[in-house]
Design a protein around this ligand. Structure first.
Ligand SMILES: N[C@@H](CCC(=O)N[C@@H](CS)C(=O)NCC(=O)O)C(=O)O
Length: 198
């Protein structure tokens, strides 16, 4: 499998899951500084122009939730309730928290007027704080589930890394702070941080 990623993006979740599950893979960096994700070569792979994108023997897979489930099925709890709680958090991250975050830099997706963009950017500390509040209430601690480490954790880690830059002080969220400390102590995460991949 070949994962196309960019540092600091939601692709970090898939990189961590591949590493944690021990799934053989190679990483291909997409250079956002050169807008590589918008160039024909990358669009031929993923017409959405986004990362992550996974090349598999079956074809191309996009969307973080789908990639996580494909590369690390061992990180899905066997218990149906725990699995549903995991997907509850992952769905919230994909549909709400990530979308809130994207309003900071990617307002052009939703509006043409520059004034609308600055208004969307200004709202991000509030909407991301609201997301952090819900996540704080939703996780068991230190990881998302009582059942232990699951696919929700790499995903939550990738989104929580954005919080300080989005104007949200993590110290106001004790469970999320403990979660970030637990994740940062994991050897797989440390190795990826040291390589500048996350
Ligand atoms: N729904 C997708 C969203 C992927 C996404 O928006 N990725 C961002 C990085 S965090 C991206 O590639 N942005 C590039 C761009 O907007 O040009 C997923 O969850 O995988």
């Amino acid at each position: 499998m070949k994962l196309h990623y960019a540092p600091g993006t939601i692709a970090a979740a898939s990189v961590i899951a591949l590493q944690e599950a021990g799934t053989p893979h190679t990483l291909v960096k997409v250079d956002f500084a050169q807008a590589e994700q918008t160039k024909p070569q990358y669009l031929a792979l993923n017409p959405k122009g986004r990362v992550p994108a996974l090349e598999t023997e079956c074809g191309i897979l996009t969307e973080t939730i789908a990639i996580l489930e494909y590369v690390a099925p061992s990180l899905v709890p066997a218990d149906p309730w725990q699995a549903a709680k995991m997907r509850e958090v992952m769905t919230y991250l994909a549909t709400t928290a990530h979308v809130n975050h994207a309003h900071k830099m990617r307002g052009h997706r939703w509006a043409n007027d520059a004034g609308s963009h600055s208004d969307m950017t200004a709202k991000v500390p509030e909407t991301m704080a609201a997301s952090a509040q819900w996540l704080e209430s939703a996780i068991a601690g230190p990881y998302t589930l009582d059942a232990g480490f699951s696919l929700a954790d790499p995903y939550l880690f990738a989104v929580c890394k954005w919080l300080p830059g989005d104007g949200v002080d993590l110290s106001g969220f004790p469970k999320l702070s403990a979660f970030m400390a637990a994740m940062s102590a994991r050897p797989a995460v440390q190795a990826l941080q040291e390589k500048g991949i996350l």
